[in-house]
Design a protein around this ligand. Structure first.
Ligand SMILES: [Zn+2]
Length: 350
């Protein structure tokens, strides 16, 4: 670390974690749908839900693995029909993010979840884009969109989705790959990612959440991604670890998601502190905050409480999140200066 972090009392750590400016680079907007909003939209759009109440829906959020979550996640998304629904969902998330001192967010959205139900591509993208623009104006939060392909569907479906979205190319900055990982290796999407690279889109992919380290190699070498989403399985492969350190490939880790989907049994055993110590460019994100028990600050505070990490690690994680974003270098330097100012203020008060 080339920055000296001031001494800050451990008792002030939760306050520091909340106050520090940070970026969120791994959050699925459909995963920010709170049960209350699902019910409100179901009523507004007259969609029948398989749950009687907000409480019954929330009680169903007891997952055993990734697939058990995805089944409920897709059911929740069924209430989204009109542009205003996508707008309302994104504004609700951006309000929470701004309250967590997120200065920049790169939001995943899954168009295939909606177009397969007959919702138009422009309905999805325009609603989300308008919410990002309005939040920038009213709250000063920088927000961009990353179109994610569903990997349990075919590459042909992904290619068709890309073509459908291209008329709105100026409204999203990149593409990602999400949904059921095991059995759907990155190589399945080689052609569509090559096409996106030609188009100058930023490339990211989920890899090594439940899937093996081989999927991380594949995402880097075949898909040519700039960031790995999750990547917590990289620890099983020493050569891969060395490469991730050498190339400083960002890993967008999601602690509460890993806990809720049983990737780890206990937050105290989460490997993020070890990955950070080994020199990997890791950071903390919320993944699907409405389903996994917390937005980004909750992920920071719970993981720090469970693992005993301190101010040095807090600084590095926040800085990694800002540096790993697709924002301009000038913008990143500005946010890092804000981060340094917050740490200096907490240090001076110690
Ligand atoms: Zn994810």
């Amino acid at each position: 670390m080339n920055h000296t972090v001031p001494q800050i009392a451990a008792s002030r750590l939760p306050e520091l974690l909340r106050a520090m400016p940070k970026a969120e680079l791994h959050m699925h907007i459909e995963g920010s749908l709170e049960p209350e909003l699902i019910f409100a939209l179901a009523q507004r759009n007259q969609v029948e839900l398989p749950y009687d109440s907000v409480e019954a829906l929330r009680a169903a959020y007891a997952f055993t693995d990734l697939q058990s979550f995805l089944d409920i996640y897709y059911a929740g998304a069924s209430v989204l029909l009109y542009e205003q629904d996508f707008y309302d969902m994104a504004r609700a998330y951006l309000n929470r993010a701004a309250a967590d001192n997120v200065v920049h967010t790169e939001i995943f959205f899954d168009p295939q979840t909606h177009t397969a139900r007959g919702v138009g591509m422009e309905t999805v993208i325009n609603g989300l884009y308008r919410a990002c623009r309005d939040a920038q104006i009213s709250q000063g939060i920088s927000a961009t969109l990353i179109l994610s392909f569903l990997r349990h569907l075919s590459e042909e479906d992904a290619l068709a989705t890309l073509e459908e979205a291209l008329p709105l190319r100026d409204r999203f900055i990149g593409v990602g790959l999400d949904s059921s990982e095991v059995g759907n290796p990155p190589e399945k999407f080689a052609r569509v990612f090559a096409r996106c690279k030609e188009l100058g889109l930023h490339l990211v992919a989920h890899a090594g959440e439940e899937g093996p380290p081989a999927y991380i190699w594949g995402a880097l070498d075949t898909l040519k991604v700039a960031r790995i989403d999750h990547g917590v399985q990289s620890e099983k492969d020493e050569l891969l670890m060395q490469r991730l350190v050498r190339e400083q490939v960002p890993l967008t880790v999601c602690p509460l998601s890993n806990l809720k989907l049983c990737v780890v049994d206990d937050l105290a055993d989460h490997n993020l502190p070890r990955l950070l110590e080994a020199g990997l460019k890791v950071m903390i994100n919320s993944d699907d905050p409405a389903y996994f028990g917390g937005y980004v600050n909750e992920n920071y505070t719970q993981l720090f409480a469970a693992t005993g990490m301190g101010a040095d690690q807090a600084y590095q994680l926040a800085r990694n999140s800002l540096e790993a974003s697709f924002a301009s270098d000038a913008q990143k330097a500005d946010w890092i200066a804000q981060l340094d100012a917050v740490f200096a203020k907490f240090g001076a008060a110690a």
